[in-house]
Design a protein around this ligand. Structure first.
Ligand SMILES: [Zn+2]
Length: 363
């Protein structure tokens, strides 16, 4: 290997060239906002004398060439050539200077936070909200009692006070990074709650009862009834990810009922309380959602469930795609060692929630 000739520049000049934001300059070190990760403070440390950098947040580090190469997405050889051209004796045109703005900030997306973090943030968020009278009466119409609405933690999407809600969450120590539904305002760096449609917020809970996601049942249905709280395509936003929704399922239960949707499971479970049909529910939150169903099967097996009552909408009798999904659920469950019990009822009641409402609430 031949000796690499010296570069005609130091790291400070390259930091300037690339427009990396320097938050603090100690004279020997620059504390910068790292352009390679979702750094909002000054995690990138640049040692001026040694001409090296390192981010304590994402771990990226190296020398001048690495910084330039990583930033401009070129190899080290090209980085060397370009830096020589920019800073060399001919003082050529800065080839890259305006080509690349600080790393495509529009699309910075954070990886999703852990279930614990999401649960804590979402629980705190819901605790700051209420269920408006319109939604209360709509749910009452569907057969739900006030105390059940409260127990299920159903809330109305906020339309005002959004800033104060976010401030309160931060003051409570909630983490908003990587929690779908929150993103950062690009110019101010302030966190924002992303509400994309008004409706009833339904907590999507995992087997441990943690809220992994929030579904919103929209007031105005355009092409879908529900959407999941998300901040995808926003600066520091995160894409939503639902989990199989559990209600009333406990370790040691031998039987659970399977249906689709958070609200349907919640309602059916609530309506059957105290009846001979009382049973925990698993609601799949996508139709069909086989990968999620696989997760549910593993989890149900882990707590000792033996039998699954399949209670998908009765329109499987006329809708090909619903029937296919139902067949697949039965097949996959049987293959996983469960006793599968498909339940059929009259098409007068579409969902198991309608059926149970008819049986237990409409009297
Ligand atoms: Zn970093």
């Amino acid at each position: 290997m031949g000796r690499i000739p010296d570069l005609p520049c130091d790291i400070e000049q390259v930091v300037d060239l690339l427009g990396i934001e320097v938050i603090r300059d100690t004279g020997t070190q620059l504390h910068c906002r790292c352009p390679f990760c979702a750094d909002r403070k000054a995690h990138m440390n640049v040692k001026i004398r040694d001409n090296v950098f390192r981010c304590n947040r994402c771990g990226k580090g190296g020398g001048i060439l690495h910084l330039y190469a990583e930033y401009c997405d070129v190899n080290l050889h090209t980085a060397y050539e370009e830096l020589c051209k920019i800073f060399g004796p001919d003082g050529g045109e800065p080839v890259r200077k305006c080509k690349r703005k600080p790393r495509s900030i529009e699309t910075v997306e954070l990886p999703i936070a852990s279930a614990e973090v999401r649960d804590n943030t979402y629980s705190n968020l819901l605790s700051l909200l209420t269920l408006c009278p319109t939604h209360q009466s709509a749910l009452k119409e569907r057969g739900l009692k006030s105390e059940e609405m409260e127990l299920l933690c159903y809330r109305t999407t906020p339309t005002t006070r959004l800033k104060r809600i976010v401030t309160e969450l931060l003051e409570r120590g909630c983490i908003l990074d990587g929690v779908p539904g929150f993103y950062c305002q690009k110019d101010s760096g302030q966190w924002v709650l992303d509400i994309r449609g008004s409706g009833i917020m339904l907590p999507d809970r995992n087997l441990l009862g943690q809220i992994e996601a929030i579904q919103v049942r929209l007031d105005k249905v355009y092409n879908q009834k529900f959407y999941n709280l998300t901040s995808v395509d926003q600066y520091y936003g995160t894409q939503s990810k639902c989990c199989p929704h559990y209600v009333g399922v406990h370790e040691g239960d031998e039987v659970v009922c399977l249906t689709e949707g958070v609200m349907k499971s919640d309602l059916a479970y609530s309506f059957a309380q105290g009846s001979p049909y009382e049973c925990g529910f698993v609601g799949l939150t996508g139709i069909p959602s086989y990968s999620q169903y696989e997760r549910a099967l593993e989890e149900l097996d882990s707590i000792g469930v033996k039998r699954i009552n399949v209670m998908v909408d009765s329109d499987y009798q006329v809708k090909e795609e619903v029937r296919k999904a139902r067949d697949r659920y039965i097949e996959m469950g049987a293959a996983a060692g469960f006793e599968m019990a498909p339940i059929t009822w009259t098409q007068k009641q579409k969902g198991v929630d309608d059926l149970y409402k008819h049986l237990f609430r409409d009297k």
